[in-house]
Design a protein around this ligand. Structure first.
Ligand code: PEP
Ligand code: MG
Length: 760
């Protein structure tokens, strides 16, 4: 590695310095060079990091611990990540390096408050995007905390998600370095992002989003920001949308940040004046003029001072991300069903008629069953594809296989009778076909994730991801999603193989709480700083029956309409209390972005009662994020009353909302053809609910399967939804469609204004 100083100050940095200062550091240097108002900064270079590894003697041990790691083995990945991070944090930064960092810091002023940001960089591919995978520490002050934060940034190069991403992208850990940007923290009174031009047509329309406080609230999507459109041709603000801005991020004393409620009197007032919009747009033009392509900038305003914090090219428009079409080329079609998880898998049929058969399923087999259930998850992890007789796009087999990235065809009606044990078949999970024989197509299992991990697209509508298995957290995080819109804990609990009642009866409550909190924490850690909505238990009684303790489960005529979701928790306070305790511990541990979502709510009283019970168990219910699934028509009809009862968000569970609105069992293949997500009654229910949520400034989202359909996503964005949550495999295509839809809407709005004003 070239001899480069351990510290470079902003004035010294040029864009060629990416290998030393990372993309973020180089961009700041360049922005400073073209006269943008960038807060003062210095960079602890990649060379400093490598000297730290070399001089402390930990380098070989660190890389040996990561060599030959199977990143698909979640436990091994987490363990290797933990050890690597601990190793980096276990040694002291050499004295001469400490001194250089301290000296550079004192050049910034008398103990200024700074932001300490990671900027990872690869030697052989300096512009590789590792954005968002390493840590940032805001509001740091004093030598001691600064040095610790630098070291923590270094350690974050070995977070599980970052290791996973690099392995999938084919990067050798040894060739990836990390620089740390130390920058004066602007005490922003307002901040946000800006898109300098229309990214598709290149029209000179600058779109600015802003909210109160530090920019993190806008960037993380935890607030609905104001939106302003500035037209450079007329020099006017041509459109503005003022939102109810409920939360703001502010510095928390001497360390870190905290999220507080925006004072009532300014929640709905515009963040920017027209003059400020114009001034910001001017800086945007400078950046775009310099880089030659539309830019996505982060800005902040403190008093009368404007700051530009970041500038990067808009990457909205990209080639389709799904890779080659998953067309199998094998023999005749044996059975047909619904393609529930894309990709192609070939192998020998392993018929699972009974739970006893699970043991004989081998790596690379094709699992064929009437329907899968939680006991089969270990086998589902090993197989090349899954085929079921029953079920639709939202059944157990569909959800779990999508999460595992395993091709699946569901609802074939006859796979278990037509296919034979040991027969070689090929499954096309895109088209929903099972062919005779083996295909030549390459295995597709990891393709979707590798592709979605490319450069981020910024959308105003947050695009989140659904997670069911903690082991899928790293893959979900690697999509770059804006958070988790639904974590279903029943898969985690069902995976324990004992019902919550078993733990209660056997006085093993603590064990249950730890398992649950531990599983949720894995997902939270994969989404640092981003909202993660975790749903309380929603397992129908028939799914509990095979587990220890399940013998007491009632036999219900129709479990879908039965004792599940919040109705069961309210009647089983012990079961609810254990879940609440797990959430409470995570909130207390500082996971402030954790939201709790109640399933199957049909009356505001259920929400109120749940809150009261939680309060009785010591939860500060007014200061944690509580919301509901809108999946029973009753909750849509009464949404205004729910809002008045204090929900912070509502999320459409369309899998259920559809079945309850049009009376079509979602798991019954005989009526699968009638299961219509775009049924006008469903769309009307959704639209009415969105409009009421918007009126009250309450986040309205979707986490049902319909949110993974690009057409539906487009419709939802047009109708004003605040966020969507898609399956891991669908995040990229949904993000693409959302971005296109938003840009089209902005353009159409601007054109309407022009037409009205006679500009065009
Ligand atoms: C839904 O009903 O849309 C949903 C997301 O929940 P589940 O599929 O777990 O019922
Ligand atoms: Mg549901």
């Amino acid at each position: 590695m070239k001899k480069v100083p351990e510290i470079l100050i902003l004035e010294e940095i040029k864009k060629e310095d990416i290998p030393s200062v990372g993309g973020k550091g180089a961009s700041l240097g360049e922005m400073y060079g073209i006269g943008l108002p960038v807060p003062r900064a210095f960079v602890v270079t990649a060379q400093a990091f490598r000297r730290f590894l070399g001089e402390t003697g930990i380098e070989e041990r660190l890389f040996a611990g990561l060599a030959n790691l199977n990143v698909e083995d979640n436990a091994a990945l987490e363990e290797a990540s933990r050890k690597a991070r601990e190793l980096v944090l276990s040694v002291a930064i050499p004295q001469h390096l400490q001194k250089k960092i301290r000296d550079a810091y004192s050049e910034l002023g008398n103990e200024p408050v700074v932001a300490v940001r990671s900027s990872a960089t690869a030697e052989d591919l300096p512009d590789a995007s590792f954005a968002g995978q390493q840590e940032t520490y805001l509001n740091i002050q004093g030598d001691g905390d600064l040095l610790l934060s630098v070291q923590r940034c270094w350690a974050s190069l070995y977070g599980a998600r970052a290791i996973y991403y690099r392995a999938k992208q084919g990067f050798d850990d040894r060739s990836v370095n990390i620089a740390v940007v130390v920058q004066e923290l602007v005490d922003a009174k307002k901040a946000g992002v800006m898109f300098t031009s229309h990214p598709v047509t290149g029209e000179p329309l600058t779109i600015i989003e802003g909210s109160w406080g530090l920019g993190e609230a806008v960037v993380s999507g935890s607030v609905s920001p104001d939106k302003y459109v500035f037209d450079h041709r007329s020099g006017q603000v041509v459109d503005r949308l003022i939102s109810a801005k409920l939360e703001m991020v502010i510095p928390d004393g001497r360390k870190g940040t905290k999220t507080i409620e925006v004072p009532g009197d300014i929640q709905k007032s515009p963040v920017l004046t027209d003059a400020e919009v114009k001034e910001l747009a001017k800086f945007g033009s400078i950046a775009e003029g310099h880089y030659g392509v539309p830019q996505d900038l982060e800005w902040a305003i403190s008093g009368k001072e404007f700051y530009i914090l970041q500038s990067r090219p808009i990457t909205t428009i990209r080639a389709p991300v799904q890779g080659k079409p998953a067309a199998a080329t094998a023999g005749k079609v044996l059975v047909e069903g619904q393609g529930a998880s894309p990709g192609i898998g070939s192998g020998r049929v392993a018929m699972v008629r009974d739970i006893k058969d699970v043991g004989s399923v081998k790596e690379g087999d094709i699992l064929v069953a009437k329907m899968t259930n939680p006991d089969m998850v270990p086998a589902m992890r090993k197989v090349a594809a899954i085929v079921t007789d029953e079920g639709g796009m939202t059944c157990h087999a569909a959800i779990v296989s999508r999460e595992l990235g395993t091709p699946a065809v569901v609802g074939t009606k006859k796979a278990t009778s037509v296919l034979r044990q040991g027969q070689v078949v090929t499954v096309d999970g895109e088209k929903g076909l099972v062919y005779e024989g083996k295909t030549e197509a390459p295995p597709q299992k990891e393709k979707a994730v590798a592709a979605v991990a490319a450069a981020p697209i910024i959308t105003a509508t947050s695009v989140k991801v659904n997670v069911s298995l903690p082991e899928a957290a790293a893959r979900a995080g690697a999509t770059g999603a804006d958070g988790v819109g639904l974590l279903r804990i029943e898969h985690l609990i069902l995976g324990l193989n004992k019902t919550p009642m078993w733990y209660i009866r056997n006085r093993k409550e603590e064990e249950f709480i730890n398992e649950l909190a531990g599983g949720i924490r894995i997902v939270l850690d994969a989404f640092p700083g981003k909202p993660v909505w975790v749903r309380t238990l929603d397992a129908p009684t028939d799914e509990f029956r095979n587990m220890a303790g399940g013998e007491d489960e009632p036999h219900e005529h129709n479990p879908m309409l039965g004792w599940r979701g919040i109705r069961r928790d309210l009647q089983s306070p012990d079961q609810f209390r254990l879940q609440v305790e797990a959430f409470k511990r995570l909130w207390q541990a500082g996971y402030s972005k954790l939201g709790m979502m109640f399933p199957m709510v049909s009356h505001p009283d259920e929400f109120i009662q749940a809150k009261q019970m939680m309060k009785g168990w010591g939860v500060d219910v007014e200061n944690v994020t509580l919301g509901i699934m809108v999946e029973i028509p009753a909750s849509a009809i009464l949404i205004e009353d729910f809002i008045k009862a204090g929900i912070r968000f509502a999320s459409f569970g369309t899998n259920d909302l559809i079945q309850y609105t049009i009376a079509v069992d979602r798991n019954n293949e005989n009526v699968a053809g009638m299961y219509k997500p775009k049924h006008p009654a469903v769309l009307k229910t959704i639209d009415d609910t969105i409009q009421i949520c918007r009126r009250y400034g309450v986040e309205c989202s979707i986490c049902g399967q319909a949110g993974s359909d690009p057409e539906m996503a487009e419709w939802l964005v047009e109708h004003g939804i605040s966020s969507l949550s898609a399956n891991i495999d669908a995040v990229a295509k949904i993000r693409d469609r959302v971005a296109r839809t938003e840009q089209r809407m902005i353009l159409e709005a601007a054109r309407r204004v022009h037409a009205r004003e006679g500009v065009q």
